[in-house]
Design a protein around this ligand. Sequence first.
Ligand SMILES: Nc1ncnc2c1ncn2[C@@H]1O[C@H](COP(=O)(O)OP(=O)(O)O)[C@@H](O)[C@H]1O
Ligand SMILES: [Mg+2]
Length: 399
Amino acid sequence: MFSIDEEGRLAALREYAIMDTPPEAAFDRIVALAADLFDAPIAAMTLIDSDRQWMKSIVGLDGNETPREHAFCRYTILGDEVLVVPDAEQDDRFRDNPLVLEDPNIRFYAGAPLRLRSGHRLGALCVIDRTPRAPLSEVEKRRLQTLANVVVNEMDLRLMAERYAMATRRAEAATEAKSEFLANMTHELRTPLTSVIGFNALLAASPDLPEREKGMALKAKTASEKLLTIVNDVLDLAKLEAGAAEVGGEPIDVGPVVRSAVELFTERAAEKGLALHLHVADVLPRAAVDPARLRQVLVNLIGNAVKFTAKGEIAVSASVSGGEIQLAVRDTGVGIPEQNLGRVFERFEQGGAAISREFGGTGLGLAISERLARQMGGEITVESKVGHGSTFTVILPAA
Ligand SMILES: Nc1ncnc2c1ncn2[C@@H]1O[C@H](COP(=O)(O)OP(=O)(O)O)[C@@H](O)[C@H]1O
Ligand SMILES: [Mg+2]
């Protein structure tokens, strides 16, 4: 019966995933326009499935499905032309059709195929009357076909939107899987490490243990603490790179966050004989960031400043410039050679093995901080001169 690639046609129809979906305004509008334009009591956008005709949109009739063998449109999809039946009672193909013999008593039918670029015809845009009519003129046929082409365009747009949404859903699912993995990893690594640290601390404090063994336990404790720091940093960075870290939030005052980060270093700075200054501008815009994450950034920067400065001062300031919040950490420390300035934000970058041996650290602090700042919608800039000191500035958009 079909001179068409029915299998390919049905596969194409499935791809659109449009059968049995609820009405959509885009299609309803075109069908209403067709009825209006042709002054027809009935108009429909039909799709021909393997054994049924289903209407995505219809005006002038109830119900949205008929058996395929009753469908006028099953003939329309056999060719590329607009099919016109001026009087169904005079047409051998339709004379005995129940839709002609009984309600809705179709007499006139004109349908334009919904033709895909691949050539498959999925259904038709048709106008129907209960009384016979003159055949359509060429201009009228062209109009109906143009409307049918608009229907196909809408179907394509719908398909693309659906594909896009699916890709987004997949990406979200992947991110979720990654962050779940990281959360599990974090737990699995931290739990045993924490008990290693705890038991070594107990051993080191035990009165019955000889001094030599106590010293070993203490070394094991220090080493496992260092390992925990690395594990925390690596997992944190992985989380940030998986896009699984939450850094945003309700608008907050940044002043108190800066203050609490600075206070953390009061003692250490005093121990090293460093002056630690803080200046917070009287009026500061708020920032839409997670305070704990912002504090983490500042603790990294101030920690570095204290670590890499032997004498002089550390000055932390919070100010506003050009509508942006600027949190600056300035030190009078060793400084960073110009050729290394571009690399300090890279992972495991420590400005040479000598530095990492001398000062300790994982070389991940700045990489984490820079990514955090970027995800907060801001950035971190650095200025430095060897022997004179460095200034790291966190720039945050005002909320
Ligand atoms: N305030 C600073 N003064 C001098 N060098 C710095 C400063 N901050 C960072 N650096 C350089 O950048 C490197 C990377 O810093 P970071 O990522 O925090 O790693 P870490 O602190 O573990 O070494 C440091 O090892 C150091 O060489
Ligand atoms: Mg650091």
